[in-house]
Design a protein around this ligand. Structure first.
Ligand SMILES: Cc1ncc(COP(=O)(O)OP(=O)(O)O)c(N)n1
Ligand SMILES: Cc1ncsc1CCOP(=O)(O)O
Length: 518
């Protein structure tokens, strides 16, 4: 899996545009609207079709003419010209009905794109209702492929729609992956296949994402007592649109949306013969993400068994210096440090030989031996295993190049860096011994594309992950910031500068330990 993930940049309030058909039983635009409302956002709507349906049949359906659809787009355009308008940051497209509606929608989108910052476009390509009735004409299907899908940032078919759009079989994982790739060949930028790996006896519901740069499976818990919940496809695509409108990168938007769908299904209630998703109260700042709804992400088949890495002896790893020599390891354990990382970064001009790395790692392990020190080795997992270090710390890129089976078999602990919802979902797949969260504050020790997350984010991560993994906050942490982070409940703070560049490293270390243990 490529690691070139885009970076989320939270942005000021923005609006979304919902385009689709109405459904009196609660899916369609009505479901879309509930998501936007639950997230405290503003939605414009363009109605393309009015349906009369319930859970068993579609009894009537009328697609609006192109003039009526265009007139609605013009109203939205005018509203967006107002000075107090919330900028349009995302468009979600659901039911379209026929080729004339699609043509009107394509023109409307082009006009909106020309008017301001182009919004992200998420298309849920509805072709059939679950009752089997067509929601899009055959001509419309051709136009969807030719004109609309190439405008989308993400297309979210279900299995039937993927088969219908590609004409390919989708009965197993290989076929699913091949059909998803095929959609890209007609100009689609990325595909999120909903429920791509699903069987009645599976405990999981897995979606598959594919783009030029990245592919992954997203594995969520299934709620078997809540079967066929209405409108979950609408919910997923709309939640993705809302998240991108809030500044989340596409992959973070997908993780958040999957979480919201799981929450909706878990809390679904039976009404008029069908389960209706219930979102309940949601805090738009953290989407009220609950651990039981949070998915795992992996480039491997969802059938691959998950690793079991050893748990750390404590959920609270304390003050955690990250240092670049054996000498530093020795000096700091004499100050009372119990968790430490040897981070031997390769100097491009003068790279150390394998033997030099081997000697330093062997020496660091020896210094810590018999002292109850958690010594993590950054990056060089083979040497950490060879010398029996307590643990290995890997970033996301190194994580996917490393031999997970070998690490798990070695008994070494594993810490993993994360910077976003996506990376936490990826880290969860390998079941690490701890999760590092960064950068919390701006750092001068490393160039990073990520926006510093701040202490409020640490609080959110603790709320989500505490008790499941020990957590380590890193990035720009000094004495005052350690004090500020303590009330978040995070069990550990890691730092380079505050210790290794301190005028008096011993005083600085003792002070940090005191603050943390007080
Ligand atoms: C405790 C801890 N957290 C994060 C990092 C960063 O690791 P990584 O993403 O691998 O980046 P580099 O350290 O390799 O630059 C860390 N080292 N320790
Ligand atoms: C390696 C790393 N990963 C995230 S922030 C960081 C650097 C932390 O260094 P400092 O404590 O000097 O900001």
């Amino acid at each position: 899996m490529s690691t070139s993930l885009s970076v989320s940049k939270p942005q000021a309030a923005a609006s979304v545009l919902l385009i689709g058909g109405t459904d009196p039983s609660g899916a369609g635009l009505q479901a879309d609207w509930r998501v936007v409302h639950a997230l405290g956002m503003h939605a414009y709507t363009v109605v393309t079709a009015v349906t009369a349906q319930n859970t068993t049949s579609v009894s009537d359906m009328g697609v609006l003419g192109a003039t009526k659809i265009s007139a609605q787009f013009q109203s939205v355009q005018q509203a967006l010209l107002r000075e107090d308008a919330l900028p349009l940051a995302a468009i979600k497209i659901g039911m379209l009905g026929d080729e004339f509606a699609i043509a009107a929608v394509c023109e409307g989108i082009a006009a909106l794109q020309a008017q301001g910052q182009p919004p992200r476009v998420i298309v849920d390509p509805l072709i059939m209702a679950s009752s089997g009735a067509r929601l899009l004409t055959q001509q419309g299907e051709n136009m969807l492929l030719e004109r609309l899908l190439p405008l989308a940032d993400v297309v979210t078919p279900n299995l039937n729609e993927l088969a219908q759009l590609t004409g390919m079989p989708v009965t197993d994982i290989e076929e699913i992956e091949a059909a998803t790739k095929q959609l890209l060949s007609i100009g689609v930028r990325s595909v999120l296949l909903k429920g791509g790996h699903y069987s009645a006896d599976s405990e999981e519901s897995s979606d598959y994402f594919y783009s030029q740069e990245l592919h992954f499976w997203l594995i969520g818990k299934r709620w078997p007592d809540k079967a066929n919940v209405l409108g979950t496809g609408c919910l997923l695509a709309t939640a993705m649109a809302c998240a991108t409108a809030q500044g989340y990168a596409i992959t973070d938007a997908i993780v958040l949306a999957k979480t919201l769908v799981s929450r909706g299904i878990r809390n679904a209630v039976l009404a008029n013969g069908a389960y209706q998703a219930r979102l309940g109260d949601i805090d738009p700042n953290d989407w009220s993400v609950d651990y039981q709804d949070f998915p795992l992400m992996t480039p491997q088949s969802p059938e691959t068994p998950r690793l079991q890495l050893p748990a750390c002896d404590s959920q609270r790893l304390g003050i955690y210096p990250v240092v670049d020599s054996v000498e530093w390891v020795e000096k700091l354990i004499h100050c009372g440090i119990k968790t430490i990382q040897l981070r031997l970064k390769t100097d491009v001009e003068n790279p150390p030989t394998w033997d030099e790395l081997d000697q330093q790692i062997a020496a660091a392990v020896k210094v810590c031996a018999g002292r109850n020190i958690r010594l993590f080795i950054n990056d060089h997992w083979q040497l950490a295993i060879k010398h029996g270090a307590y643990g290995i710390h890997l970033g996301q890129e190194d994580l996917y190049d490393a031999d997970h089976q070998a690490i798990a078999a070695s008994g070494c602990h594993l810490g993993v860096s994360t910077h976003s919802y996506t990376e936490v979902a990826r880290a969860r797949w390998v079941n690490p011994s701890y999760i590092a969260l960064g950068p919390i504050y701006a750092t001068t020790s490393k160039d990073m594309p990520w926006v510093p997350q701040g202490p409020a984010a640490v609080e959110r991560w603790v709320k989500l992950l505490d008790g499941h993994y020990p957590l380590v906050a890193i990035g720009g942490i000094d004495r005052e910031r350690a004090k500020a982070l303590k009330p978040t409940g995070v069990g550990s703070v890691a730092m380079i500068t505050a210790i290794t560049k301190a005028e008096d490293y011993q005083a600085a270390t003792l002070e940090l330990i005191k603050i943390w243990e007080e």
